[in-house]
Design a protein around this ligand. Sequence first.
Ligand code: SF4
Length: 346
Amino acid sequence: MEKFSATRYFDRISADQALDMLKHADLPELGERANAVKKSIHSNKAYYAVNAAITYSNICQACCPICSFYRREGQKGAYLLTPDDVYQAAKKYAHMGASEIHTIGGIYDKLPLEYYLDVVRSIKKADQKLNVVSYTVSECALMSKVSGKSLEGVMKLLKDAGVDALPGGGAEIFDESVRRQITPNKLSAKQWLEAMGVAHGAGIRTNATMLYGHIETPENVVEHLDMLRRQQDISGGFKAFVPLPFRQGGSRIQAKNSGVYDLKICAIARIMLDNFPHIRVPIPHFGDRMGQILLHWGADDIGGTHWHEEVATSAGAADQMRTEAFMRGIISGAGLEPVLTNSNYV
Ligand code: SF4
């Protein structure tokens, strides 16, 4: 896999330097530095996608304390789509102009591997041109467990079925003591990173997320970025880093809402992740106005229209049918040049 590096423009900063910046840097100077890195890679361009989310199920057995989205099996509101439901939804979104579908689901061990493959095949059957972004590595690990196949084997089958990229969900914060409190039943940090390496080895590009604004410390943030950077040095398949601000919603974990913290996280990520081509700030999570500002704080991508995204809205984000013209307007309103793309940036 061809590896990206921005160190031809800037020297790599150490984790200690990043921590010092996160804690003590002068805010405008931090923003300027992050914006300089962003501009050296992407000049005046900013990216967006026209995409939709198909939530094939909200049933999840992981029951993470941070999550407002999941339902237990049999609980009121729990649902599971059939592959035909997914086909109908994908067809509708393709007609509406989407060029990409993200699937969203939980950890539910009653689904056989074939179900996941059929979901992907259904999307491709609806329109072969749809870029399919499925599944988190937590879901992939579950597929491996229920099918008895290796993770490598699962990745290959997913790719053959039509998966074009993996989302980067499930990373949360890598520090294990924080993980035990916010998401005790997910993959460990080591397992998550190794699984990403397997995906990259299978030729599947992926994103990488970080959920922040809960109980993490600045040290946890920098460690998370450092671990991603090291994995990227090895496997090279991450396309975008996606910071996600935690929203409390119905969760019992308190959210630290702070626009300044959003700016700092975005800037530090851009400065530190010199081997990641893109920093994506999905506007369903950040809001349209903050999205515009973050495009001057190191981000180069406001994500997609994300029609019917349920994870952010279940935690209180406004549901909005954004059009392509709206996405372009957000970017041009920030003084930048809008570029239509998808999760693979092709
Ligand atoms: S965050 Fe993901 S794994 Fe955890 S409960 Fe929610 S859907 Fe399940």
